[in-house]
Ligand binder design. Structure first.
Ligand SMILES: CC(C)(COP(=O)(O)OP(=O)(O)OC[C@H]1O[C@@H](n2cnc3c(N)ncnc32)[C@H](O)[C@@H]1OP(=O)(O)O)[C@@H](O)C(=O)NCCC(=O)NCCS
Length: 158
């Protein structure tokens, strides 16, 4: 709340407006660095180096890769693909928001952005995989995603 008892907006709290746009090649290092740092945290504990993170993210540069900037600072990104066999489904492959910016609707805005993009292209369904134990599971449920009863995630330990 502000001094006069009114609810403060993001600008009044000292945040600059977050801008979402398609990623450029020049953003790759910043995206990979955010990915490397955030994915090393609980519950993921990934062990990317900046080199392997760049390799992983660069795959999406020629697909749908979007960045959220607050001024000069990269605060989040979303990587997504359209299904190759038909153009009615798309997949969100990565979504990462800088941890000190969580809870400020950046994740929701990135997802909404690509949902609008895909809707205009005639896509009917957006799919994704997430860990049940991750906060992301609750986040996706909150923004309208539901567990798919038809498919199950499987694996085999070698
Ligand atoms: C998941 C993630 C992208 C959410 O981004 P965010 O910007 O913090 O989320 P938002 O502020 O847009 O939240 C939207 C809604 O989801 C809820 N939400 C977000 N994270 C949540 C969590 N961990 N637990 C419960 N609810 C959560 C918010 O409270 C908000 O609800 P509201 O509509 O009642 O206000 C972010 O936490 C993140 O980067 N996590 C690590 C990476 C990850 O798990 N990525 C997804 C798998 S690839």
């Amino acid at each position: 709340m502000g001094n006069n008892g009114t609810r403060m907006n993001a600008d009044e709290r000292g945040f600059t407006k977050v801008k979402i746009r398609k990623a450029k090649k020049g953003d790759l290092k910043k995206i990979a660095e955010l990915f490397r740092i955030e994915s090393a945290k609980k519950p993921y504990f990934e062990k990317y180096t900046i080199h392997t993170a760049i390799k992983e993210i660069s795959v999406y540069l020629h697909n749908e890769l979007y960045v959220a900037f607050e001024g000069e600072e990269l605060v989040g990104f979303l990587a997504s693909l359209m299904a190759i066999d038909d153009n009615k489904r798309a997949h969100v492959k990565e979504l990462w928001v800088k941890s000190d910016c969580h809870g400020r609707s950046i994740g929701r805005s990135l997802v909404r952005y690509i949902e609008n993009f895909y809707q205009r292209k005639g896509v009917k369904y957006v799919a994704l995989t997430t860990m049940k134990t991750a906060g992301a599971f609750k986040f996706y449920k909150k923004i309208g995603y539901r567990e798919n009863k038809k498919f199950v995630s499987m694996g085999k330990k070698l």
